[in-house]
Design a protein around this ligand. Structure first.
Ligand code: BYC
Length: 337
């Protein structure tokens, strides 16, 4: 019953968005009126008129974000069965379930723009949709679970807090709950890595090794430098992005360096230096060749991640068919009443 109601609400929102889409005329007067609404800090809702490019940018970003949450369950899921204690296992299970929930809110938010979840999932599994580069790196030991919470969720929350004020209402609202949960994720990761950094020499070495491997990929999560960002300028104009890629990356670096120092870990960057003038840390060069290779599908785990998602999707076909049959039966029953 619950499932049926949710499907109907989502489908309705999607139909309304499709109807609104047909009304959009990208003539200069409409574009000007739309920009005036944005400049006035009005929230744009699914049924509102919007430029096609605004709809496309949001659909791209939100669906990529949803895919990242779902693919992001894999590296951590890899350790659920091997968590060292019951307490750690419970925390990790809860966290991975939260990521599944984030994916679902985000697919729902994206659907309000007129593309169905099935289409978006197809684009990920059999097309060229992207997801965050960070999830194409392997989790080779337990300290990686701490590093993911501390650095990956830390970077994610730095990026997502401003998205709570994004101009598109459904995305902004989804971000509120996501940010609350990400904040717990970041804290549990930092607590885990702190325990290891203060543990035996072997545990300390594992914590340092995890930081060494996850630091640079975490900085890459914020996307290319502003000078190379394709969508950044327009997304800022539309108030989808409130801060640029470089601004958010800098914010993350400034917050994280002192967290590493506090637990005796060393950031793996010989050029890292506090800049008195700017009052920010300067860093060494990011390896953009590595970033673009991972974006294009050539990271250490790209193939493995997509194979795992395709397998799960194909093995779950019977569940989707059963849910659809149940929904059909329910609506036929309701129509007959
Ligand atoms: N990875 O013009 P730009 C999580 C692409 S999950 C892959 O600056 P934009 C979690 C970009 O798409 C959190 N691709 O783009 C889950 C574009 O290519 P296309 C994930 C990237 O959109 C489980 C091109 O490079 N967070 O927290 O203005 C466990 C040029 O970039 C990446 C989000 O998704 C990348 N890192 O800015 C634990 C946040 N960076 O699309 C934790 C929402 C860039 O033209 N997304 N590209 O082919 C955003 O805020 C923005 O989309 C980005 C990029 C800042 C990522």
């Amino acid at each position: 019953m619950y499932t049926t109601d949710l499907r109907t609400a989502r489908e309705k929102a999607s139909d309304e968005a499709k109807a609104a889409k047909k009304k959009v005329v990208d003539d200069p007067a409409l574009l000007k009126a739309f920009q005036a609404r944005i400049d006035n800090d009005e929230v744009i809702e699914a049924k509102d008129l919007m430029p096609e490019a605004y709809r496309a940018t949001l659909t791209r970003q939100i669906s990529q974000h949803a895919h990242s949450e779902i693919v992001g369950m894999l590296p951590e899921g890899n350790w659920i069965g091997r968590a060292p204690t019951l307490r750690r296992k419970l925390i990790l299970l809860a966290k991975v379930q939260d990521e599944a929930g984030h994916g679902l809110y985000l697919y729902s938010a994206a659907e309000t723009l007129g593309t169905s979840r099935a289409e978006m999932v197809d684009q990920l599994l059999y097309g060229s949709a992207k997801y965050s580069t960070i999830f194409n790196y392997p989790t080779i030991n337990w300290a990686d679970i701490g590093a993911i919470g501390w650095l990956v969720d830390g970077a994610a929350i730095t990026n997502q807090i401003p998205l709570q004020r994004c101009s598109y209402g459904p995305y902004a609202r989804a971000m509120v709950r996501v940010c609350k949960e990400e904040s717990f994720h970041q804290r549990q990761g930092y607590e885990l890595i702190t325990v290891m950094a203060r543990g035996s020499a072997e545990q300390q070495a594992m914590a340092q090794d995890a930081l060494d491997r996850w630091w640079w990929p975490s900085l890459m999560m914020f996307g290319p430098h502003d000078s190379d960002s394709i969508h950044g300028h327009q997304s800022a104009k539309w108030k989808i992005k409130r801060f640029s890629n470089d601004e958010l990356r800098q914010r993350f670096i400034d917050a994280t360096v002192s967290q590493a120092e506090a637990i005796g870990l060393r950031i793996p960057d010989p050029e890292l230096k506090w800049n008195e003038k700017t009052e920010h840390y300067d860093i060494g060069p990011i390896d953009w060749e590595e970033f673009w290779a991972v974006v294009k599908g050539f990271g250490p785990c790209n193939r493995e991640r997509l194979e795992a998602r395709r397998r799960a999707h194909e093995e779950g076909a019977w569940v989707r068919e059963a849910a659809a049959a149940y929904a059909r039966k329910q609506s036929e029953r309701q129509a007959a009443e």
